[in-house]
Write a protein of this length. Structure first.
Length: 144
């Protein structure tokens, strides 16, 4: 079971400090207002944290699955593009993950299967948002 907490940093602020189940912390908040300077932005946008959670969850699975398949993975990078509805609550409608996979003699079919298994079976974040947003992915294999 997960147990997290969020604490507001105080009046005049839209910033929050979150703590995960293991005591790690992250600063989050809302986008700056039009008259605020972008350099003042000090926290993660909460909706971006959802995409970060999806990418992290899936990347973890892909690394584990490819390891079990004895694939010599040397690097993995996941970038995520998310489209949100134009009206509140601005839910994500489409999310695309692109995996850049680096390794020695990687089998493209095994890479594809690892990604599919993660997104369709193992990643709890993907399972949670699948009913709301359309998930898609692509990948490329690069030489080390």
């Amino acid at each position: 079971m997960s147990n997290i907490a969020v604490k507001w940093t105080g009046q005049g602020s839209q910033m929050f400090i979150g703590r995960d189940s293991f005591g790690h912390v992250v600063v989050s908040g809302s986008w700056p207002q039009e008259d605020e300077a972008w350099q003042e932005w000090k926290g993660l946008k909460p909706s971006d944290m959802l995409l970060l959670s999806l990418a992290s969850c899936s990347a973890y699975d892909v690394v584990m699955i490819l390891g079990r398949q004895r694939q010599q993975l040397t690097n993995l990078h996941v970038s995520v593009d998310g489209e949100q509805a134009s009206e509140p609550p601005y839910q994500f409608t489409e999310i695309h993950q692109h995996y850049t996979v680096e390794g020695i003699n990687l089998d493209p079919q095994k890479v594809e299967r690892a990604i599919e298994l993660s997104e369709e079976r193992y990643c709890s974040v993907a399972a949670t948002i699948r009913g709301v947003a359309r998930l898609s992915h692509s990948f490329e294999i690069v030489a080390p």
